[in-house]
Design a protein around this ligand. Structure first.
Ligand code: G
Ligand code: G
Ligand code: MN
Ligand code: NA
Length: 253
């Protein structure tokens, strides 16, 4: 309860910031995107992990204003980098269940994008399989979001409960292979089989596919052989603050 009270004040006290992790296209080796990840710098506890506060934010409903702050901040950052003349890249933003279920989510995102002047093609919304279990609601929401022109990804793919029956005609653009499969891909042949099968399925369904949690060159090599489109992970960079992202990944390319 204590943490919930602190969370309630965190927005007005400006205790949140975003870090960005690069997403690399494997054939060109170019940075084509970044995932925005939320950080909370608690005045007494220091950094609190989203793993610990997102569930509290979800349960209390605070995730709605916090999620809106994330959307605005990430889009504004992306637009300001475009204004500075850097080659445009896409920003991936994680949506929580409660956020995804808001009936007016597409309207809110539309207003944010218009206000900032960011082309929706530079925004990617990450949802998880568990958010699509109520098929009709999820499909309606995804269709509304797709009509805006944003990109939609399924995060942590392979760890949830969605069935291929859903995937077949879900209006999405990309699968992000969960890092639990990628991290053990060289040691565990079952993981290798899963990564290779998800990649191949994505190609057949005309979806893009991104591997998460890539930590070494052997994993990268394996992903290249499988024709995985993009990769993200500590091999390239941990998530970093905006100033560092600009310095290391935008100025140099
Ligand atoms: O870097 P990492 O510790 O940031 O992220 C831990 C978890 O928190 C991940 O599952 C990630 O998807 C989630 N997360 C990070 N930022 C956000 C955010 O802005 N919104 C939501 N809903 N989840 C986030
Ligand atoms: O659930 P989601 O994919 O949104 O969360 C991304 C999480 O994965 C964040 O906590 C991020 O810090 C973490 N992450 C990103 N790259 C790597 C990696 O190469 N290895 C590990 N172990 N974690 C990573
Ligand atoms: Mn994610
Ligand atoms: Na993930």
């Amino acid at each position: 309860l204590k943490l919930e009270n602190d969370l309630r004040r965190a927005l007005e006290r400006d205790e949140f910031y975003l870090v960005y992790q690069p997403q690399v296209q494997l054939d060109s080796e170019e940075i084509v995107g970044m995932e925005a990840l939320l950080r909370w710098d608690h005045p007494k506890r220091g950094l609190v992990s989203p793993v610990d506060f997102i569930p509290i934010a979800e349960e209390s409903g605070l995730i709605v204003p916090i999620g809106e702050w994330v959307l605005k901040t990430a889009c504004l950052q992306n637009k300001s980098w475009q204004n500075a003349g850097y080659r445009p890249i896409c920003v991936s933003i994680n949506l929580s269940m409660r956020q995804f279920l808001q009936p007016n989510l597409a309207g809110k995102i539309d207003a944010i994008l218009k206000d900032i002047g960011l082309d929706p093609c530079y925004v990617d919304l990450e949802i998880t399989e568990s958010m699509t279990l109520d098929k009709e609601t999820a499909f309606d929401q995804l269709n509304r979001l797709k009509r805006l022109g944003v990109f939609i990804s399924i995060d942590d793919f392979g760890t949830g409960y969605s069935s291929l029956h859903y995937l077949k005609d879900m209006p999405i653009d990309r699968l992000k292979i969960d890092r639990s499969f990628v991290s053990e891909v060289m040691e565990d042949s079952n993981n290798a089989a899963i990564v290779s099968t998800i990649t191949s399925m994505a190609h057949h369904l005309k979806l893009k596919v991104t591997a998460e949690g890539v930590e070494n060159k052997e994993q990268l090599q394996f992903l290249r052989q499988q024709h995985c489109h993009e990769a993200q992970g500590y091999l390239f960079s941990k998530p970093v603050k905006a100033a560092e992202f600009e310095m290391f990944f935008l100025k140099s390319s």
